[in-house]
Ligand binder design. Structure first.
Ligand SMILES: Cc1cc2nc3c(=O)[nH]c(=O)nc-3n(C[C@H](O)[C@H](O)[C@H](O)COP(=O)(O)OP(=O)(O)OC[C@H]3O[C@@H](n4cnc5c(N)ncnc54)[C@H](O)[C@@H]3O)c2cc1C
Length: 438
């Protein structure tokens, strides 16, 4: 049956974004008709204002949204609508330039209405440029992340001051009320995210049980809940691991749960690849008994939500982690449905869980196909990159009733989604999660 939740949320988003514009049109406090360029500019401004506030709602870790769309999709929406808000704001300014002049772009203008508008404009422009070209600008993820949050808040607050201070449509009481309601709603979600959520987590710490090297620059971190019941998850989901002195710490990273989905209070394992400061320095320094916080579960990449006669799992590099949880869970449940795992990596030294995968092959209906770009001579694997031929030669006949789950580096995911399309697999049977979202 069709899940109505995503449709309801999408409808709510459209309603909220259009509401200030609609109320302004109905209220229309002007006696005379204004130039069309000004009317259009104002319309774009109202749309941009509402979209700016809704950007926070999309990435505030609201579980109900993550369940409905998947975190990956929410990040894509956040990016797409963020660009939309910036384009509308640029349009707003461009259409007003003939009447307002370059003074519109002066953040130090004497009048609050003009200065706040210019501040919102520049904050959103810098935020968009730094997000689109983060790597080209050589901004570290951490620095970009901080800049992104503060510029986002600055843009939304300045835009609100602007809407309220401009003596135009906002001279109508209904426009003022809707402006405040929107800011309070999104600001409330932001308050929950920044204050209430960490306070709630603080009372639910987790402890490190084991932290060991797995090879291939990957560590296996095992953690368990301390003094509380933990949480249940579906195989393929991820958590935010929060390290530091409190859950308010900025060190919050999404990592897939690599162990089997079992009882809520059972220890959870995370396979973490060394990439940057956190995974390369903080994670290796964690010792048994150390405290951290685990916030989850999140994500919609889960076999439990998919009706299927079998599964094709395609994992590249560290993107193997959701597949490990899925396989272990199916095995623990005694699930007899066939599973084919394509494990893409550079060579065997970059793979993890080799012995375990061999053991699981004997214990369940699992076929593991290693696809290695530069394997050592004589290895039992496919050579090169994953191709339509490799996929075709290992897929069973009944694959029409299988679901396909894909996770890996972005170029691999793009290539695999294309290959599966070539093989005739419809998009609604391909499910993926991107680790590298920004
Ligand atoms: C849904 C999901 C599941 C993931 N599962 C795993 C996993 O099972 N194992 C694993 O090793 N890695 C996983 N990752 C990637 C992991 O989050 C990053 O490797 C880690 O955050 C790197 O942080 P760093 O400071 O060491 O490296 P940096 O050099 O700071 O970051 C490297 C890249 O990691 C991403 N990243 C860094 N910090 C964050 C953050 N706070 N939020 C979102 N993305 C961030 C960015 O794309 C960045 O470009 C997952 C990512 C996502 C989105």
């Amino acid at each position: 049956m069709l899940n109505p939740q995503p449709l309801v949320y999408a409808g709510f988003y459209v309603l909220v974004v259009l509401l200030p514009l609609h109320v302004a049109m109905v209220a229309d406090p002007f006696d005379l008709v204004r130039p069309w360029m000004v009317e259009l500019a104002v319309a774009l401004g109202f749309l941009s204002f509402a979209m700016m506030w809704m950007e926070f709602v999309l990435v505030s870790r609201l579980r109900t949204l993550s369940d409905a769309f998947g975190t990956d999709t929410l990040v894509q929406f956040h990016r797409m609508f963020g660009i939309g808000a910036a384009v509308f704001l640029i349009g707003h300014v461009l259409f007003l330039l003939p009447t307002g002049g370059l003074a519109l772009l002066n953040p130090f203008a004497p009048k609050a209405a003009a200065a706040s508008g210019a501040i919102a404009f520049w904050a959103l422009v810098i935020l968009t440029i730094s997000s689109l070209w983060r790597r080209r600008l050589r901004l570290s993820f951490d620095l970009w992340n901080r800049l992104h949050r503060w510029l986002g808040v600055l843009a939304a607050v300045a835009a609100t001051v602007h809407v309220l201070a401009v003596s135009g449509y906002s001279s109508a009481r209904s426009v003022v009320v809707v402006t405040w309601l929107l800011a309070l709603f999104a600001g409330g979600v932001l308050f929950w995210y920044a204050i209430v959520r960490p306070l709630h987590l603080w009372r639910r710490p987790w402890g490190v049980v084991e932290n060991r090297e797995l090879g291939g620059d990957v560590r296996l971190l095992t953690v368990k809940p301390e003094g509380h019941a933990g949480f249940r998850f579906e195989p393929g989901q991820f958590s935010w691991l929060i390290t530091g002195r409190t859950p308010f710490s900025r060190e919050q990273h999404p990592v897939t749960i690599a162990s089997a989905a079992s009882a809520a209070e059972a220890p959870q394992a995370y396979a973490i690849k060394r990439l940057g400061d956190w995974s390369g320095e903080v994670v290796p320094s964690l010792k048994p008994g150390d405290r951290l916080w685990v916030e989850g579960p999140y994500g919609a990449l889960s076999v439990d939500r998919l009706p299927a006669q079998g599964f094709v799992l395609i994992g590249g590099g560290i993107g193997i982690t959701p597949m490990l949880s899925i396989i272990q869970t199916l095995q623990a449940r005694g699930d007899r449905r066939p599973v084919v795992l394509f494990y893409a990596a550079n060579d065997f030294s970059r793979t993890i869980y080799r012995e375990e995968l061999a053991a699981w092959q004997r214990a369940m209906d699992l076929k593991v196909v290693y696809v290695l770009e530069q394997p050592e001579a004589g290895d039992g694997c496919e050579r090169g990159r994953l191709s339509a031929e490799i996929l075709r030669s290992h897929l069973p006949d009944a694959v029409d009733h299988f679901q396909f789950l894909v996770c890996g580096p972005n170029p691999m995911m793009d290539a695999v989604e294309h290959l599966l399309g070539e093989l005739g697999v419809p998009p609604d049977r391909i499910h993926s999660e991107r680790f590298d979202q920004v």
